[in-house]
Write a protein that binds this ligand. Structure first.
Ligand code: OAD
Length: 235
């Protein structure tokens, strides 16, 4: 395998499935049990903030117990050992990439272990349950703290940094994502239009856009990701 200088890796819920965190669109996925309009839109939060807090509190509690699996560890190892640059762009709001040791990491859909004040926009680390009773430590406003996650209809974070990395990469790897949610679902097309980079999908099953990738490997992330990283580092 040719030595790549700049690698961009997009991850989705499938990389964390074997750490016990549910995916969204698989059988038993979160969006089969909850209406995303109710729990993952600004309008849903405005209608019933207590219910939305309950939903994210439960997910935050799950996160406290979750541990990275061999796929997260393999990506952290790639960043440490690869002589070129490795950027992980994750759609996941869990913190398993950083727990495994990834440092060059963008949380484009935000982070569950942080809250943001809707009044003053300050962001802080938050590991407990969140409620309407909480007061912002920065501006003292009560009841305006919200999970620091991106809801449908909101702009993902760090898009200009991501666009630059996509334009400059020579290898793009998509892991554990169904390819349903834009803009992330469009990254492979953007990279292909640039014409320089090799593109690879590692997933349990073919995603929506699987034909856009030069190469596909299907299987559980805990197996296919370490094997792929081994191949990259051994090249
Ligand atoms: P999805 O639930 O849509 O897709 C998960 C993908 O992971 C599917 O293609 C599965 O086949 C695959 N998968 C499941 N288990 C796996 C395993 N053990 N190993 C490898 N792959 C596995 O999740 P995402 O694509 O991440 O956004 O969803 C994208 C966005 O939609 C999320 O970030 C979230 C959601 O709504 C927001 O909430 C804004």
């Amino acid at each position: 395998m040719a030595r790549h200088q700049r690698i961009v890796i997009l991850t989705g819920a499938g990389i964390s499935a074997e750490s016990g965190l549910g995916t969204f669109r698989d059988k038993d996925g979160l969006w089969t049990k909850y209406d995303l309009e109710e729990v993952a839109t600004p309008q849903g939060f405005a209608r019933n903030p207590a219910f939305v807090h309950e939903f994210y509190n439960a997910r935050r509690r799950n996160l406290l117990e979750a541990r990275p699996n061999p796929a997260h560890h393999a990506l952290a190892r790639l960043e440490r050992e690869h002589p070129g640059r490795v950027l992980v762009v994750t759609q996941n709001v869990d913190d398993l990439h950083e727990k495994a040791g990834s440092r060059n990491l963008i949380h484009m859909h935000g982070e569950l272990a942080k809250v943001r004040c809707a009044a003053c926009e300050s962001v802080r680390v938050w590991r407990e349950d969140l409620s309407l009773e909480h007061v912002c430590a920065e501006c003292s406003t009560k009841g305006r703290l919200r999970p620091h996650v991106v809801w449908f209809g909101e702009m993902p974070f760090a898009m200009s940094k991501i666009e630059l990395a996509l334009a400059a990469c020579d290898l793009f790897v998509s892991i554990g994502t169904s390819g349903n949610v834009y803009p992330a679902a469009g990254f492979v097309q953007q990279v292909r239009e640039g014409g320089r980079a090799h593109t690879v999908e590692l997933n349990l099953e073919p995603s929506e856009g699987h034909t856009l990738f030069h190469e596909q490997v299907y299987g559980p992330a805990s197996e296919v990701v370490p094997a792929y990283v081994e191949r990259l580092l051994g090249a």
